[in-house]
Design a binder for this molecule. Sequence first.
Ligand code: ADP
Ligand code: MG
Length: 350
Amino acid sequence: MSEVRVRNLSLAYGATKALDDVSLDFPDGQLFGLLGPSGSGKTTLLRCVAGFVFPDHGSVMIGGESVERVPVEKREIGMMFQSYALFPNMSVADNIGFGLKVRHLDKPEIARRVGESLELVHLEGLGDRRPHALSGGQRQRVALARAIVTRPRVLLLDEPLSALDKALRSEMQVELRRIQREVGITTIFVTHDQEEALTLSDQIGILRAGRLVRSGAPRNLYHVPQDRFTASFLGEANFFDGKPEQGGLRLASGALLPWPGQKVEGIATLAVRPEEMTISAAGPAHGNETCAISGELVRISFSGPTALCLVRGEGQQFSVLVKNSELTEIPVSGPVTVSWPAARSMQIRD
Ligand code: ADP
Ligand code: MG
């Protein structure tokens, strides 16, 4: 078992709390996506796990044992960062095998493992090349091969794909996931890209200003975000504030957003994803299964297969995502009704 656990980690740089009482489990063999805005403490958390910095408080455990007294090179960790400096004057094979050489493995064993790694990252036959003779994506693969050739217990990836253009980036996301599954190393993947985290991760943790906001499975966090930050950081969300009453949430404008079941008690905010809403010209939908708001269309922004419609209604603005094929049904002037299934309203607790 090589699960990683951090408990009550705190680390301050002067007045800045880079980490503030963070406790998290990174399960054995899983890919854990660590997500948060710039400056939220993601890199600092990785550096604590790797042993480059020491927390003021709290502990790091790898495979059930505290690593407090274990130096970086003995923690059996593979790393890959955005700037994955390869040695320019060494061949690809020597770059990958470097960590084995410093561990004094014999030559045939190094050659065997480097060969295996080249195969794993689909760079067979390129071992003799120099890094400058590779494409950006290929260099990335070399860096990944180098990080896992030593068979580390834990793989730490700090925004490894953020320097790549969009197409290459999605290709490398798929590759990274495949390779991680094949080798089954416990992996902590840092990114500030929500979509990337949702696509790749078995579990996600969200950091904000050094604190852990939420953690859980991607779908769960997306559909049941519970707090405002998670709801708006993982995708887009429209918020409706009001007073809870029997049967729903009463907005300041007087409109009632029905809520199936009695759970809305005590909840003063509902959030709705733009893709759950539909726009029509018809009057308000009735019944307690559907939420409906009347308003007017402010703007439509096209983005290829979909368009985001900005609607003003009930004293606020909100976004509705529609398929391009549905745009023709939307009235360009006059009142519109925006509706969504009441069950798609998400309760926000803060
Ligand atoms: P992230 O990786 O999420 O962008 P970091 O972990 O790098 O965030 O940084 C968290 C906070 O700690 C930031 O406010 C950053 O400025 C501060 N910080 C990080 N490293 C240092 C350092 N060596 N000295 C001073 N402040 C630092
Ligand atoms: Mg960082």
